[in-house]
Design a binder for this molecule. Structure first.
Ligand code: UDP
Length: 342
């Protein structure tokens, strides 16, 4: 029987990375998590694990020698838009220089397939919605800028060194794995859906809606929510395609359908059966009114279908996870299943 090809997954203990680890074998790949656990969680780790920093070149080299990955998926990253504006140094230093270090190890070890966690934040304030992949990149915060810079660097590395890469531009990742073992647990939490569920659970008094005077039907911002399991699966489809064609590429990962903040809250009340107290607040700086993906390219080229991404399923899986994790009902299910570590 054919051996599974190894994929090194940086940030494999984080929200999206851990779901990628979970999905890897379904697509014929063997995941190895590389994570410094600064943001990730020990309970989220499955399978082979190396605790290491991306700035630690000897550690990285050792991991590459040991596991001989055929490809790298790079999830390890700072992702708070607001923080990136007030603390850009952190975003450029870590998101850029650590990735450069990773690329140099890949080149040394002749690993030439790379999947980048990119973001719709590379588009900035969209001039066209749904947003196509060839929309101009004009990020309006250091987070999106650092990702765009990586995309540009990788395009040059492709030409010069043959390092093939696929950029996956995520819209709003949400939901949780159906097993209930994995889910979203950021600290601090800033995302709409977990905060809404916190309010449904009574862990916070209310949810503040950031702005109700946007040029949208109900005045609140519209986003394209994509289930994290669908997101994770797309990485392996993209990797397979890149390995077949030998070509670098880039894709939006969104459903193509947007929901307003109010629609999310209403649906969350339906799914949880709880009333969710709402407060109106001012707009949050840097929020465009509407971010919705044109998602045809990923569907056509990757044969990708966002099967888990109905708003109802996103909220149901997130709610099951949220109650389990924050309700502290099933602590044992959060045990890690780490097999080895360096
Ligand atoms: N949002 C909100 N209240 C909150 C958190 C978020 O109204 O407490 C809004 C936010 O302004 C945006 C949408 O919910 O329009 C999604 O925000 P989130 O932070 O989840 O993701 P982002 O779109 O910033 O990546």
């Amino acid at each position: 029987m054919k051996e599974f090809q190894v994929v090194l997954i940086t940030g494999g203990a984080g929200y999206i990375g851990s779901h990628a680890v979970q999905e890897a074998r379904n697509y014929g790949f063997e995941p190895v998590t590389y994570d410094n656990l600064s943001m990730g969680h020990r309970w989220a780790i499955q399978g082979e694990f190396v605790k290491g920093d991306l700035g630690d070149r000897p550690k990285l080299l050792k991991a590459f020698r040991k596991y001989q990955p055929a490809a790298v998926m790079h999830f390890a990253s700072h992702t708070y838009v607001g923080e990136s504006v007030t603390h850009p140094q952190k975003y450029y230093r870590d998101n850029l220089t650590n990735a450069l270090n990773l690329f140099s190890v890949m080149l040394e070890r002749k690993v030439s397939h790379f999947i980048l966690s990119s973001t719709c934040a590379v588009y900035g304030d969209p001039v066209q919605v749904p947003i196509p992949e060839d929309h101009p990149r004009n990020p309006v915060n250091p987070y999106g800028d650092s990702k765009m810079m990586l995309e540009k660097i990788l395009a040059w590395y492709d030409r010069a060194y043959g390092l093939r890469s696929t950029f996956l531009r995520y819209f709003n990742a949400a939901g949780a794995d159906a097993s209930g073992r994995l889910g979203e647990a950021h600290d601090p939490e800033t995302h709409l859906i977990p905060l809404v569920l916190d309010s449904a659970m009574g862990r916070r008094k209310e949810i503040t809606i950031f702005g109700q005077d946007y040029p949208t039907p109900d005045g609140t911002c519209i986003r394209d929510y994509i289930h994290v399991t669908d997101l994770a699966g797309a990485h392996f489809l993209a990797l397979k395609l890149m390995m077949e064609t030998g070509q670098s590429d880039f894709f939006n990962l969104g459903t193509g359908k947007g929901f307003s903040v109010r629609e999310v809250i209403t649906k969350a009340e339906e799914v949880t059966g709880k009333r969710i107290p709402v407060r109106m607040g001012p707009r949050r700086a840097g929020d465009p009114p509407e971010l919705v993906a044109q998602s045809d390219k990923a569907r056509a080229a990757l044969g990708w279908q966002p099967r888990h991404s109905s708003l109802e399923n996103i909220l149901k899986t997130a709610w099951a996870w949220h109650r389990n994790y924050f309700g502290g009902k099933a602590k044992t299910s959060r045990r890690s299943t780490v097999r080895s570590r360096q």
